[in-house]
Structures are given as structure tokens and as C-alpha cells.
Design a protein around this ligand. Structure first.
Ligand SMILES: Cc1ncc(COP(=O)(O)O)c(C=O)c1O
Length: 480
């Protein structure tokens, strides 16, 4: 191995990365959150690199990681109105925080044989994953017409086996905050835990409130809220790989911890699902928060929310588009009218350098375009609206995306519980949407509208089965 080999590997990495969505520039409106501050991003990246090899498995061996975790949790406690005595844990991301909130609730009630979780159907899919992993029943209650949790219906769904009620602040798909006080009050009355999933909004809403914007109550200031998840790798603009799970008391958090001493190796003691874990993400998040602090985050929230206001007004003025719900935070869900197809608008936006995330139709709501607006978008918001106008015009011109009735019939005849490789191959051949790749794999399609339209006609269980089959084919080794 020579230094040329090393340079070559890095050059190839950069070349491969050029085909990915950009993480800077404010034009990728899902998956990544851009502060628009390259100087601050550099601090996060250098911290990750400095701690890439450190192991968060043992706080006595790497005490600096414990100190960073306690600093971060302390900052978040202040942000989220946590009372004295509140505690928290740094996890690998929002999903892990949600998983652990469910696991803690389940394990706090060993007396309940078939525990359940009461959520609005707008809750993040992470709670369904948690239920799947931990053997908890999900009672997903349809949200109201305003896309917020329907409190009376959720209360009616609770029973003596309910171990957790979940509210979102805000929900991913529609960007609205659930009525946390009413849900938390119902939980208190029944002695049930209440988790607020603020993974995506928890670092913005407190600053929005400080900026004088109307924010419904949702933090630990609401009695009965027992835990909150908030992701630092979203609106704390930290490098990927951290979220926080806060509990009101150490006793509420205790079931999350896992220790095992009955084997010949080291005594295992973990606060999260991972055991060995890189210190990089934690160091990156710590460095970001220590750099930006309250003043920095307030300024970034002001920028992101100002961008949201401009986009809301622009969408209202744009024929063909409409906002599904007035946003409580920085997330927008936009629908198209009959003149153009939402999935085609997404493709047309991508052609113009903007990634908006397509969301499938659900419970009578048509497909939507999801925009997670970050501070980095603020400087480009006029370009965004200009691109949107062009994309809508192009989508109107292109006309509706129709799925071949033969393909629809093919899908409808399939059984999602028993989808075979042959079924999937048959669908690929019939739809002619995805080409074969090397090693039995698949080529990624470049334009997605037809693929999304096909997925959209499939019922959710069928869509899941198709996506799993698709991922199975994508994830095939490249061998030399
Ligand atoms: C409300 C909410 N909860 C949970 C998650 C899951 O977070 P992650 O993708 O970091 O696992 C997200 C992600 O967007 C979210 O918006």
C-alpha cells in the first residue's frame, strides 16, 4: 500500500459521493439539515474525525465522552423545560430514541402481558418498528381533519394494557404539533407514560417560541410528559448519528439500561442499543452545540422560519399547489391539484437541483411533497420558488402519470404476505421501470415518478412487501 493507493481511495470516494444528494447548499429538503454555515460545519466534521476511533462502550475508559454526553443532555434539559432531576441519553438517531422510549415503557410494566402503545396514525414509523421489535401492539388512531391527534379517540383506545401514549411535536408528514397537554393529562389520569416525539422539531420549536411565534405547549413544562426525543442530527445541525432521549426522572429511564455479568468477558453495561459505538457523532454534536449555543440556534431558527414564511406565501400564490396544513414548525406538506402530478413535480425539481421528498397518498389524502426547510435554504428561497413554478409548468405539460391497468391488476392479484422472487421479477418485467444491474442486482431508476405512481396504487402492506423485495435486490455485493 502506498500513499498513491490512499489518495486513490479518497479520490474514488469523492467521485462516488458526487452522485449523492448534496448535504450542503440548502437544496436538499429531506434527509439532511443544512445550517448554511460552512465555518460551523467544519467544527462538527473535525470533531467527528478526532473521535472516530473512540469507543463509547465504557465511560470510565473514555471519560471525555461521558462529559460531552452530560453537557449535551444538560443543554437539552434547559431547552425543553426539564425539571431538576431530569436525565437523558445520547442515542444514534431518532429511531433509536423512539425504540428506547417504547422499550422502557414496556419493561416498566412487567405485570402487563400484552402491552400496547396508543398513537395517532400520523406518528413516525419508528414507533411501528419499536412495536415490531419489542412485541408491543400498536393502536394507531386516525388523526383529526387538521392532521393532529384526535384526543377523545386516543383516550378511547387506551386500556389497562396501555404502557405508552405518544404525541408528535411536530409530526413528520404534516408538520403540525399534537395536543400534548390533553394527551398527557389523559396519560397521568391512567398512570401511563407519555412520550413526545420531537425528533424533528425539538430543536426549533423552543426558539420559535422565543421569537414570539405561536407554539402550542409540548415540552416537560406540560405535566404528564414523561419522555421526549429530540435529534441533534436534524435541527441542531450536527453531523449524522446522534439524538437525545430525555426522561423526567432517573427512575423512568432505568429500564433502558442493560447490564450483563454472567459470562466470562467484561461486564457489559449499556445505555443504548449499540454497545461499542464511535465517539465521533457525540463529539460532533457536542462541538456543534458548544459552537452555536442559544444565540446561534436562535439565529438559525429565525432564518429557517423566515424561509418557511416565504415558501408558504409562494405556494399559496402558485397555481397547481396547495399547502395541506399550516405548519407549526419548519416542515411543509404540499399537494398538487388535478392539473399536475406530485411525483412528476419532484422529478422536475430534482432536474433543477432541488430534492423534495415524495410522500404517498394516505387515508384519503393525495400524495404530498415534503419540505424540511433548514436555515441553509433561507438564502435560496427565491430560487426555490422559481424552480417550483417551472417544475409545476413542466408537470402540467407532461400530463398525468398513469400506471398501466395490466400492472395494477398484476399487483392486486399478488399476496403481500407471500410475495416471491418470481412475483417480483414478473412485476419488474411487466412494469419495465427498473433495469437489471450487475450480480443479480438492480439499476437505480433516474426518474422516479412512474415508480412512485406504481407504489402509490399498492396498498400499504403490498407497498412494504415490494419495497423489501426491491431493497433485497439493491443490496447485493459487488465482487471483483
Ligand atoms: C418525528 C420523527 N420521529 C422519528 C424520526 C426518526 O429519526 P431518524 O431518521 O433519525 O432515525 C424522525 C425522522 O425524520 C422524525 O421526524
Amino acid at each position: 500500500m502506498t500513499s498513491t493507493d490512499q489518495d486513490d481511495a479518497l479520490a474514488r470516494l469523492r467521485a462516488m459521493q458526487a452522485g449523492d444528494l448534496p448535504v450542503h447548499g440548502g437544496r436538499t429538503l429531506a434527509y439532511v439539515y443544512d445550517s448554511g454555515r460552512p465555518d460551523v460545519d467544519r467544527v462538527g466534521r473535525e470533531a467527528v474525525a478526532a473521535y472516530a476511533g473512540s469507543n463509547g462502550l465504557d465511560p470510565t475508559a473514555f471519560p471525555s465522552l461521558l462529559a460531552m454526553e452530560n453537557d449535551l443532555v444538560g443543554f437539552a434539559c434547559d431547552l425543553l423545560d426539564a425539571p431538576p432531576g431530569a436525565v437523558g441519553t445520547v442515542t444514534s438517531g431518532g429511531t433509536e430514541s423512539c425504540l428506547l422510549a417504547v422499550q422502557a415503557a414496556r419493561d416498566s410494566r412487567p405485570d402487563v402481558t400484552r402491552p400496547n402503545l396508543v398513537v395517532a396514525d400520523t406518528v413516525h414509523a419508528a414507533f411501528h418498528k419499536a412495536a415490531h421489535y419489542f412485541g408491543v401492539e400498536v393502536r394507531a388512531v386516525p388523526a383529526g381533519a387538521d392532521f393532529r391527534a384526535d384526543v377523545p379517540a386516543m383516550v378511547a383506545a387506551m386500556d389497562e394494557r396501555t404502557v405508552l401514549v405518544v404525541a408528535s411535536a411536530p409530526s413528520y408528514a404534516h408538520g403540525v404539533v399534537d395536543p400534548v397537554p390533553a394527551l398527557a393529562a389523559a396519560a397521568v389520569e391512567r398512570g401511563v407514560r407519555c412520550h413526545v416525539d420531537a425528533c424533528i422539531g425539538g430543536w426549533v420549536l423552543p426558539y420559535a417560541a422565543r421569537l414570539g411565534r405561536p407554539v402550542p405547549p409540548w415540552t416537560f413544562a406540560v405535566e404528564g410528559v414523561t419522555s421526549i426525543s429530540v435529534d441533534t442530527h436534524k435541527y441542531a445541525y450536527a453531523p449524522k448519528g446522534t439524538s437525545l432521549l430525555l426522561h423526567r426522572t432517573p427512575a423512568l429511564r432505568r429500564p433502558v439500561f442493560f447490564a450483563f455479568a454472567d459470562w466470562p468477558g467484561y461486564t457489559m453495561l449499556n445505555s443504548t442499543m449499540q454497545s461499542t459505538k464511535s465517539g465521533g457523532p457525540l463529539a460532533g454534536a457536542w462541538a456543534m452545540v458548544e459552537t452555536l449555543r442559544d444565540d446561534g440556534y436562535l439565529a438559525l431558527a429565525r432564518d429557517a422560519l423566515a424561509a418557511v414564511d416565504v415558501i408558504v406565501a409562494g405556494v399559496a400564490a402558485q397555481p397547481g399547489l396547495r399547502l395541506l396544513a399550516p405548519p407549526d414548525s419548519t416542515l411543509l406538506a404540499v399537494i398538487t391539484d388535478g392539473t399536475c402530478d406530485a411525483f412528476t413535480v419532484c422529478d422536475e425539481m430534482l432536474d433543477r437541483g432541488w430534492f423534495l421528498q415524495p410522500q404517498m397518498s394516505y387515508a384519503g389524502t393525495p400524495p404530498t411533497l415534503h419540505l424540511a426547510v433548514s436555515a441553509g435554504t433561507a438564502a435560496h428561497v427565491d430560487e426555490l420558488l422559481a424552480a417550483l413554478a417551472e417544475a409545476v409548468a413542466a408537470a402540467v405539460e407532461a400530463g398525468p402519470v398513469s400506471v398501466d391497468p395490466g400492472v395494477v391488476a398484476f399487483i392486486e392479484a399478488l399476496d403481500p404476505a407471500a410475495l416471491s422472487d418470481e412475483d417480483f421479477d414478473g412485476l419488474l418485467a411487466a412494469s419495465r421501470l427498473v433495469g437489471a444491474g450487475s450480480g443479480g442486482g438492480l439499476e437505480l431508476p433516474t426518474r422516479m415518478a412512474a415508480v412512485n405512481a406504481l407504489l402509490d396504487v399498492a396498498a400499504p402492506r403490498m407497498r412494504e412487501a415490494l419495497l423489501v423485495a426491491f431493497l433485497d435486490r439493491l443490496a447485493r455485493p459487488r465482487r471483483r
